[in-house]
Structures are given as structure tokens and as C-alpha cells.
Design a protein around this ligand. Structure first.
Ligand code: KMH
Ligand code: ZN
Length: 309
């Protein structure tokens, strides 16, 4: 019997901007509501960012997380995973603040520096809800998403060793898998490792199914039985790549952080709709979805009673 599929839902992120979708959750209440709906639809893990409630700009303030996370925890038992990627342009300290303040069961960890180009999306709009949006997107033309070995070590020591938080290792390219292997070799993290393979970011590996096959092959070679793997792909590649991952025995991530669509040319109206869609695909292929507690057990998480929110 194949493992059940762990669905992660990344409900808002720090990439899309409010003009791009009227359904993008912005306020703590909206983010919490979207998270609870996604969990009700079958997501075991909720990946979280926060935004300024007035402007929708990605916002690192711990007080926003300390508002939205207890609300989510009251409404569902999903595993909460706090981003340390934050919003493009935040400092290392800003990116770590929310996770350090909330001591979550999981946090993301971006395991390599890279170009991260979201500027092509600026050309798709002519009117903006907020002034910051086009400048934020355009800034990424000359931006390096910095995640050096020193940065990675800092986060692992602070959050992993300091708080017992386990990581969603975000791997945007083949070399990032080797950075995770390096990290494991240092003895700083314990198995099982949760490797999130990311396809289709401009600056990372492209959304070609052969890339998924190869990254999966190499990850198996590097991490053997010590890891769980999951796939996310940006934009229109989200559902096809998630489906490919399921068929290969992997886990999946969906959500409006990664795509604002539910089908070809069809904008999604919610995060839950994306979770329902992938859940339907999973079940129609003969697999089952994991509950939050099954995900906790598989990933050896510390438990929802050992967090600080
Ligand atoms: N937006 C994804 C491509 C993070 O939050 O650490 C990557 C991400 C980064 O989820
Ligand atoms: Zn994220």
C-alpha cells in the first residue's frame, strides 16, 4: 500500500500581489479563513506568510502571525509551517522573526541563492490596486534571493536546533539537493527530511517533467529512506506536476502562493478549490490523502502542543 499523500497548501505567499486576484488572502482573518477551508478540504500542512492588512504587501511582523496562527489552530488541526523565505527583499533577520516568535512545528528553508524573477508578471496588468506592486515585481529583475551556506546554517541552528522546528527544504534546482546533503553531512538536522521540489520559477529549474524525474532520482540517491518528497510548480504547471508527483509516490503542494489558477485559463476563487481539485485527482488515481496527524508522524514533528502561538 503506497503512502498516503501529504497535501500542503500555501495560502498566500509573498509573490503574487492583490491586483492579480481579488481572492488572494491578505488580512490575518482572511489568511486564517483560507487556511481553515484548505485544511477542511484535505490539506495536512498549511504554509504561511503574512501581509500588511492595508496594502497586501508581504510583511514579516511576528504580531501578524501571532494573530492568524492561533485563529487557524482554533479552527483545524493542520500542521502550521511558517515561511522563512518571507517576501523578496526582506533581510535575513526579518525573514526569521515570525518563525522564531511562534516556534512552529515546521518552517520553510530555502537552500540556495538564486535569481528569482517575478518581473514578467508586471507586464500583465495596466492598473494596480497599490502603488508598491509594480515596483516590487520590477525590483526582481536585479535581485538575488540570498540563501548562502551561512544563512542556511543560521536558520538551522536558530530554528531547527533551537526550537525543534522541522524544515520544508525548498529546492529550486538540482544543486539545491546537494546543499541539503551538505547540511545533513554537518549533522545539524535529523531525518526524516522533507524536500519540497520547486519547478517553474524564473531563475530555478524549469517545469519540464524530465526535470522532476531527474530530481527525484537524485534525491532518492542522496537521501534514500530518510526523506519525504513533495512537488510544487508555479502557475499553470501546478496541477500537472502535482499529479506527476503523486504517480511517482510523492507528496504535493498547492495554494495561491504558487498559482492563481484552478485550470487552464481559469482563475481560482479560493485555496480550498485547489486542494479539492488535487484531492480529487489523488483519490481518482487510487491513492488516499494523509491527515495532519499522519503527516506529523511521518515527518516526526514535535507536535502542536510545543509551539508558541
Ligand atoms: N514561493 C515558493 C516558490 C518560502 O516561503 O520559503 C517558495 C517558498 C519560499 O515557499
Ligand atoms: Zn512560501
Amino acid at each position: 500500500m503506497a503512502n498516503k499523500v501529504i497535501i500542503t497548501c500555501a495560502v498566500t505567499g509573498g509573490i503574487h500581489t492583490p491586483t492579480m486576484s481579488p481572492h488572494l488572502p491578505v488580512t490575518p482573518q482572511e489568511i486564517a479563513g483560507a487556511a481553515i477551508e484548505a485544511a477542511d478540504a484535505g490539506a495536512a500542512i498549511i504554509h504561511l506568510h503574512a501581509r500588511d492588512p492595508e496594502t497586501g504587501r508581504p510583511d514579516p511582523r511576528p504580531e501578524l502571525f501571532l494573530e492568524l496562527m492561533p485563529e487557524i489552530a482554533r479552527g483545524c488541526d493542520a500542521v502550521l509551517n511558517v515561511s522563512t523565505g518571507g517576501g523578496l527583499g526582506m533581510t535575513r533577520e526579518e525573514r526569521l522573526r515570525a518563525a522564531a516568535a511562534t516556534s512552529p512545528e515546521m518552517a520553510s528553508l530555502n537552500v540556495g541563492s538564486m535569481n528569482f524573477g517575478i518581473f514578467p508578471m508586471a507586464g500583465k496588468q495596466s492598473h494596480w490596486k497599490h502603488e508598491w506592486e509594480p515596483a516590487f515585481l520590477e525590483m526582481t529583475r536585479d535581485f538575488v534571493f540570498k540563501n548562502t551556506f551561512a544563512d542556511i546554517e543560521h536558520v538551522v541552528k536558530e530554528l531547527g536546533q533551537g526550537h525543534g522546528t522541522k524544515f520544508e527544504f525548498e529546492c529550486y534546482d538540482l544543486g539545491h539537493l546537494y546543499n541539503v546533503a551538505w547540511l545533513i553531512d554537518q549533522g545539524w538536522v535529523e531525518p526524516p527530511f522533507f524536500v519540497q521540489m520547486v519547478f517553474g520559477i524564473l531563475g530555478g529549474v524549469g517545469a519540464d517533467p524530465d526535470n522532476l524525474m531527474h530530481m527525484h532520482t537524485i534525491a532518492d540517491r542522496l537521501f534514500g529512506d530518510s526523506y519525504e518528497w513533495s512537488v510544487l510548480a508555479a502557475g499553470r504547471h501546478q496541477m500537472p506536476f502535482a499529479t506527476q508527483a503523486v504517480m511517482l509516490g510523492g507528496n504535493v503542494r498547492v495554494g495561491m502562493e504558487d498559482s492563481l489558477f484552478i485550470g487552464p485559463g481559469e482563475p481560482t476563487t479560493s485555496n480550498a478549490a485547489q486542494v479539492e481539485k488535487i484531492r480529487g485527482i489523488v483519490e481518482s488515481l487510487g491513492y488516499r490523502v494523509a491527515t495532519p496527524d499522519e503527516a506529523r508522524q511521518r515527518l516526526a514533528l514535535k507536535g502542536a502542543d510545543r509551539v508558541a502561538y
